[in-house]
Ligand binder design. Structure first.
Ligand code: 6MZ
Length: 352
């Protein structure tokens, strides 16, 4: 489809909101390399250089090779409070430099016993880094400051007790920077129905948003699983790839539900067929009942910043400048950051 209007849109300058970004997956290779160099020089790591482990132009991680990147590599490098602070600050600067003005970063609370950091200490360290960042002068090209909130992730592989601890942390830090809870993790890991009462309880916590990784792969898209997830009444769902007509109708029967769509991640990881043109963004973005927002998922791994995700939908689905601006603005309706933040964003975001 020809598009005449997109050449005039500077996607990096366009103020944007990012609602689906995993902290550990958003750390750039360069930042990981700096961390590695410091640790290597201090004799604190035997790991391979990140630039060798994750070669700069390699983006074709599939679901089998992607998840081990975290448990076998990145988590062994980001393994103390100082590194967590350093990498979080770098992630925030990268999003701001790409014109993101509101970010909901998500992360799985992780104790680092060797470094004396508890799960609560992990969350506090990130919140402190966010507060530190927000004291710095705005860095985005569009001059607007980046505001960041935190979502805590429950991993599909968590035992119920660990998942319950994540919910307890979300309650503890709610109103202090944490705004929501997420279900993430390798879709090949069967979902334990014992996690259900935890999400049902989370749903009853006033002010706590809920977003769920949803139908990422055939193996995590049985009717039983998707019915269970929708039964938790999520505010938003992520990826939304392998959905039957019945589930699609079930989603549309929830007016205002948010769909966090991650084009580059899905295409590079081979989670969808037909390349960018075939991405289900094309099916959903005009549907009025639901709210689509574009997300990077793991920009450190797939190296497509949010500005590029907008350029991609303009290129492959023919959105013009006004439609791109409307797409960004619509996302404001589904943020977890509260009414005051929504007002700030409606003032900042472009209308056309
Ligand atoms: C295909 N996309 C995805 N699908 C499902 N879960 C994903 C993901 N990308 C990242 N994660 C989840 O986020 C963790 C890393 O960030 P944090 O340590 O939490 O900040 C991964 O271990 C995985 O559980």
């Amino acid at each position: 489809m020809a598009n005449t209007n997109t050449a005039v849109l500077d996607y990096a300058a366009l103020p944007k909101i990012e609602l689906h970004a995993h902290l550990s997956g958003s750390i750039s290779r360069q930042c990981l390399h700096e961390v590695w160099l410091t640790k290597k020089t201090a004799g604190e790591t035997d790991l391979q250089d990140p630039l060798i482990e994750m070669p700069p132009d390699k983006h074709d991680y599939d679901l089998k090779t992607f998840f081990p990147l975290f448990s076998s590599y990145i988590y062994n490098l980001v393994n103390d409070a100082a590194t967590l602070r350093y990498t979080t600050l770098a992630v925030l600067r990268d999003f701001a430099a790409d014109g993101v003005v509101y970010l909901e970063l998500r992360t799985t609370p992780r104790a680092m016993p060797a470094a004396g950091l508890t799960e609560a200490g992990y969350v506090q360290t990130i919140l402190d880094a966010i507060a530190e960042y927000e004291r710095e002068p705005p860095r985005s090209e569009n001059g607007a400051g980046l505001r960041t909130k935190l979502i805590l992730s429950i991993d599909r592989r968590h035992a119920p007790a660990q998942a319950a601890r994540v919910l307890a942390l979300a309650k503890q830090f709610l109103g202090r920077g944490v705004v929501g809870i997420d279900l993430c993790g390798d879709p090949a890991t069967p979902l334990d129905p014992a996690l259900s009462p935890i999400f049902e309880e989370a749903r009853r916590v006033p002010g706590l948003g809920m977003t769920l990784h949803f139908a990422e792969a055939e193996c995590s898209a049985s009717d039983a699983e998707l019915d269970m997830l929708l039964g938790w009444r999520p505010d938003r769902i992520g990826h939304v790839i392998c959905v039957s007509d019945r589930v699609r109708r079930g989603i549309m029967e929830r007016p205002g539900i948010g769909l966090e769509l991650c084009l580059s991640c899905n295409v590079h990881a081979g989670m969808v067929c037909g390349g960018f043109e075939g991405h289900h963004f094309g099916e959903w973005w005009r549907i009025q009942e639901t709210v689509v927002t574009l997300s990077t998922d793991d920009v450190g791994v797939f190296e497509s910043p949010l500005s590029n995700e907008y350029a991609l939908v303009a290129q492959h689905f023919g959105l013009d400048r006004t439609q791109i601006c409307a797409l960004v603005r619509r996302g404001v309706d589904i943020i977890f950051g509260g009414e005051e933040e929504k007002k700030r964003l409606r003032d900042i975001l472009w209308v056309e």
